[in-house]
Design a protein around this ligand. Structure first.
Ligand SMILES: C[C@@]1(CC(=O)O)c2cc3[nH]c(cc4nc(cc5[nH]c(cc(n2)[C@H]1CCC(=O)O)[C@@](C)(CC(=O)O)[C@@H]5CCC(=O)O)C(CC(=O)O)=C4CCC(=O)O)c(CCC(=O)O)c3CC(=O)O
Ligand SMILES: NC(=O)C1=CN([C@@H]2O[C@H](COP(=O)(O)OP(=O)(O)OC[C@H]3O[C@@H](n4cnc5c(N)ncnc54)[C@H](O)[C@@H]3O)[C@@H](O)[C@H]2O)C=CC1
Length: 212
């Protein structure tokens, strides 16, 4: 097993080439939908056809042999091998790696892993089992989705606002850090968040006191 580490990458404008237009190719295409996604496949799921029609992804309908791969992945930032043909997926992955392109292999050893993703507004939690049990990654995602309530999205907005306000009030960085923590750990602030963002900010402000 490799030394996998998560990293949040800005995919806007990046070229992603996905091979295979089945259920797995579709899931990966939706995951990377913010990028410039092309799906290359003999056939496409109905959902991919719709995404193609709406201009969310580009569809390239063709049968792929290993000789075609190099030209199809030119300029790509990431290649996803998700056809139903394991040998072809391994070959696609090998060719991408050879060219220094990131690759995700849906049926074998994979240089890059697509995680399970919990999203609450701008907060993201990525889950991987290092490839050992994708089913368990999915299971943990479902549990975390339930455990992390919607109020964390509101706390994010509050922290952002408090952080901005503190920059002009409190010159000492360590002190700003401490105040932001106090707000995070204040049960009454979390309670006030249920009522309104304004009420929560009001409650949070008591931590703004100058301490000297
Ligand atoms: C290594 C990895 C490479 C990669 O694809 O990136 C990989 C590989 C393989 N998956 C397989 C099977 C399944 N994968 C899922 C689901 C997901 N698989 C995802 C990621 C990953 N899958 C990467 C590791 C992630 C990690 O580190 O944990 C998720 C998280 C992300 C996504 O794909 O979007 C997404 C859940 C999203 C969500 O809902 O949260 C399910 C369940 C389901 O579909 O309901 C099953 C059936 C049950 C089972 O087998 O566990 C097989 C065997 C194929 C076969 O038997 O033929 C292989 C190949 C192999 O093992 O060699
Ligand atoms: N990594 C993951 O998350 C998971 C991986 N898998 C594995 O991923 C693979 C794909 O799964 P599905 O999408 O469900 O299969 P699928 O059979 O529905 O889709 C495969 C697609 O690849 C296309 N394809 C196959 N060979 C091609 C070629 N030479 N040229 C062009 N297109 C070609 C087919 O037309 C089809 O559209 C399977 O081997 C499956 O076992 C399955 C579940 C999860």
């Amino acid at each position: 097993m490799g030394e996998y580490l998560p990293l949040f990458i800005d995919f806007s404008g990046k070229k992603v080439v996905i091979f295979g237009g089945g259920a797995v190719g579709e899931r990966k295409a939706r995951y990377f939908a913010g990028a410039e996604v092309t799906v290359v496949s003999r056939e496409f799921t109905q959902c991919l056809e719709e995404l193609g029609r709406d201009g969310v992804v580009r569809l390239d309908c063709r049968s792929v042999g290993s000789d075609d791969v190099a030209s199809l992945i030119e300029g790509a930032f990431l290649v996803v091998a998700a056809t139903g043909d394991k040998a072809l997926n391994d070959e696609i992955t090998r060719i991408a790696v050879e060219r220094g392109i990131l690759a995700n292999n849906a049926t074998g050893d994979s240089p890059a892993i697509v995680p399970s993703l919990v999203k609450k507004g701008d907060i993201m939690v990525a889950i991987s089992t290092g490839g050992r049990s994708p089913a368990m990654a999915k299971y943990l995602r479902k549990r975390l989705e339930l455990a992390l309530g919607d109020d964390i999205g509101h706390m994010l907005s509050l922290q952002e606002a408090a952080r901005d306000a503190l920059k002009s009030i409190e010159k000492d960085q360590k002190r700003r850090e401490q105040i932001l923590w106090e707000i995070l750990e204040d049960a009454e602030v979390w309670e006030a968040l249920q009522e309104s963002d304004e009420k929560a900010m009001e409650t949070a402000r008591r931590h703004f006191r100058p301490d000297r």
